[in-house]
Design a protein. Structure first.
Length: 715
């Protein structure tokens, strides 16, 4: 009896590993070989070719990268693009003014003519990919230093890009995977005339704000709609009135039948970064040195920004997107510190590395892998303080506009000053363009305060070697006075002053400019590569590559897919509840309801306020065909897909490849997920497509948009 049991358990374990694998971010070209059978067992009804085909239309034609950092999908044959509200946020804020505040009030274009073009926004279509590992590795050998390796690599990469870009028609990107053990190239086509079609008000699109961010139960209408435009031939084109809506090769049908526990769910998108192969001491360094500095630096900037944003709506519109971006990763990094500590992730990794080290010291492996762990650990021990320092510095550079701007413009001015009059005239238009774009949308008092506060934090917290100029300031306790005086004197403190400099260039003025000098110091410090670290860095890079190679050869790692690096991936799993939660009124804790959203409403609260119309419509309960079988309006739902930042806006698809939702977040308790995937904890938080359609159709009266979609329903 017992034996039978054991066999059964062993069988079930095997079964659960292979059939219900929710871990993994897979390449589309590997679907057939690696995951198709598994997906079929779970409910996929498409062939690999229906998902990824380079000769005929396939699902991949409807998936785009959105403005570099998010994902979106094409949902009509006239180029309608669906992404998250937080992905469109920057564009929506840019298109808003105090009197026409689309961010606060929402916006729906009544016709194509009313669609709004933000300054810069692009979508990237994926054309194809291929494996170039053998080609690249054949050019490299074990005797090369990491620097030599990189030089040869870059040469070969440039050739591959050249061979595949079809005379500039495509953008080609060769990327390394498994820490430099494999290489693939990706061919893309970018469209840069992308216009805003519609968005719910921020109170709906960002409902719950930073309090609910990264949390479940969730009630956020996190979507916005854009449209891709092309020239008359369907090719990418700069903005022009004559451009026409892009005729999509393929668009996603939308299924409004609803989801239930265990339904198959797959997500295609552009996950940004995971570190599933990161060594134990790297995790430790992040938890103890890098992330705490990141969190502290971010919070400091957030507090300064918030003060000015709350006082003036025009300042709020200028900074709200930047603030949201910083706040998002502020909470994320604290969540990572907490989760990695609670789950003892570094310890778990140390155990694997111990096994690896044993394997590495076997006679046949020793020559290649014997020093791997030793080198890796030595490197981290040497760079802990630097990691802390770098993170304070990065937080300064990321949040202070005037820490970077003088350098960027100043380096161009140096060149300008050194040229004769004729050459200067030639350089002028480009410089003027750079100046115009650099000096839009900022608030000087805020910028001065951020720079001073960040400098104070950076100098006080970093026990790492700082540039003399900066230590001097800190010693005299004169940072504030210095920053004020610098802005008084600098030619970079306003657009008018830089322009005046263009008219009367003067080399000495530039070289002695205080903001320029500070900016140079900070960026030099950022790029500095201390001599003492050269050899350890070289050994570390090589050892990390060998660690990943060795973990794969020895099969000591169960990670079977490459880390995310903003390349297109497929993740499959299912709709999956978390344990029952008293905060969620829904019967099963895998979705939330409109009723639950209204229950969180707090009048005049920054995060939980709602428009009056929303409360009115709630009383009517007019959910139409978007209600579930219980008569509720579903808002968000959970699935167990393996995704990360960058997947925001990704379509969630059922077994037929029909759109059932929009991925927009992860749950805070699984925040260690970027380093170790936890199959029991990790969830993806999605907007239910029925809520999206209800918001467009019933709440916003934009039925003409719903009419553009291909809707699958038996209602
Ligand atoms: N956590 C989400 C992500 O990284 C972003 C959510 C934006 N919402 C917010 N309240 N900041 O994809």
């Amino acid at each position: 009896m017992k034996r039978v049991h054991l066999v059964l358990i062993a069988f079930l374990m095997l079964f659960s590993n292979t059939v219900f694998a929710n871990e993994g971010m897979w390449f589309l070209m590997h679907i057939k070989r690696l995951i198709h059978r598994d997906m079929e067992k779970m409910g996929l009804q498409l062939t690999p070719e229906e998902i990824y085909n380079i000769n005929n239309q396939s699902l991949k034609d409807a998936i785009v990268q959105f403005n570099g950092g998010c994902t979106a999908s094409i949902i009509s044959d006239s180029g309608l693009v669906l992404t998250n509200h937080h992905c469109g946020y920057n564009a929506i804020a840019e298109l808003s003014t105090e009197s026409q505040n689309h961010l606060n009030n929402g916006f729906w274009a009544g016709s194509l003519q009313e669609e709004l073009k933000p300054e810069s926004l692009f979508v990237r279509f994926f054309v194809r990919m291929d494996d170039v590992t053998e080609r690249i590795l054949s050019k490299l050998n074990d005797n090369m230093s990491e620097k030599e390796r990189e030089a040869v690599l870059n040469q070969e990469i440039a050739k591959i890009e050249q061979e595949n870009n079809e005379g500039g028609k495509y953008t080609v990107s060769v990327r390394s995977f498994y820490q430099g053990n494999e290489f693939y190239y990706f061919v893309y086509q970018d469209y840069k005339d992308v216009r805003l079609v519609g968005t719910p008000p921020k109170s709906v699109g960002k409902y719950g704000g930073d309090t609910d961010n990264w949390e479940w139960p969730r009630h956020t209408g996190d979507f916005s709609l854009f449209r891709v435009y092309a020239d008359a031939e369907g090719n990418p084109a700069d903005y022009s009135k004559n451009n026409v809506p892009f005729k999509a090769t393929y668009h996603l049908p939308v299924n409004i039948e609803g989801v239930k526990e265990n339904d198959f769910a797959m997500i295609l998108g552009y996950p940004g970064r995971t570190n599933r192969w990161m060594p134990a001491e790297g995790i430790e360094q992040n938890v103890k040195y890098a992330y705490p500095a990141w969190v502290e630096g971010s919070k400091l900037s957030m507090d300064v920004m918030k003060k000015y944003m709350d006082a003036d709506e025009s300042v709020n519109l200028m900074y709200t997107s930047k603030y949201a971006g910083i706040a998002n990763y502020w909470k994320n990094r604290q969540g990572m510190i907490d989760a990695l500590t609670a789950h003892k992730t570094a310890e778990a990794k140390r155990k694997v590395e111990k096994k690896f080290n044993k394997w590495a010291h076997k006679k046949t492996n020793k020559a290649t892998y014997g020093n791997v762990i030793k080198n890796i650990n030595a490197y981290y021990a040497l760079t802990n303080d630097k990691a802390k320092h770098d993170n304070y510095l990065i937080s300064l550079l990321r949040s202070s506009k005037f820490s970077v701007l003088p350098y960027r413009i100043g380096k161009n001015l140096e060149f300008y000053v050194s040229e004769n009059e004729a050459k200067r005239q030639e350089l002028l238009p480009k410089l003027q363009g750079l100046i115009a774009s650099s000096y839009s949308d900022y608030h000087l008092p805020l910028e001065k305060e951020i720079l001073a506060e960040q400098l104070k934090l950076y100098t006080s917290k970093s026990n790492y070697e700082l540039p003399e100029m900066i230590t001097g300031l800190a010693k005299d306790n004169s940072i504030e006075a210095y920053v004020n005086a610098a802005f008084e004197l600098s030619i970079f403190s306003s657009k008018e002053r830089v322009e005046a400099f263009l008219a009367f260039p003067n080399e000495a003025l530039l070289t002695n400019d205080p903001l320029f000098k500070l900016s140079i110091e900070l960026l030099d410090q950022y790029r500095a590569k201390p001599d003492a670290l050269e050899q350890p860095t070289n050994d570390f890079q090589k050892s990390f590559r060998l660690l990943v190679e060795g973990l794969r050869v020895s099969e000591l790692s169960n990670v079977k897919y490459p880390d995310a690096n903003s390349t297109l991936r497929l993740s499959y799993g299912k709709v999956r509840a978390l344990p029952k939660d008293p905060r969620n009124d829904a019967e099963v804790n895998n979705y939330t309801t409109f009723k639950g959203m209204i229950a969180k409403y707090k009048p005049n609260d920054e995060e939980f306020d709602l428009p009056k119309e929303m409360l009115d419509i709630y009383k009517k309960k007019d959910y139409g065909r978007y209600a579930n079988s219980k008569g509720e309006l579903p808002v968000n739902f959970l699935s167990d897909n393996d995704i990360t930042g960058g997947n925001s806006g990704s379509p969630v698809l059922n077994g037929k490849g029909e759109l059932i939702g929009l991925a927009f977040d992860g749950n805070i308790e699984a925040m260690a997920g970027d380093v170790i995937f936890d199959k029991n904890l990790q969830r993806t938080i999605n907007v239910d497509i029925r809520y999206v359609l209800w918001l467009i159709d019933k709440y916003s009266n934009a039925k003409h948009i719903v009419d553009e979609l291909t809707i699958i329903s038996d209602k």
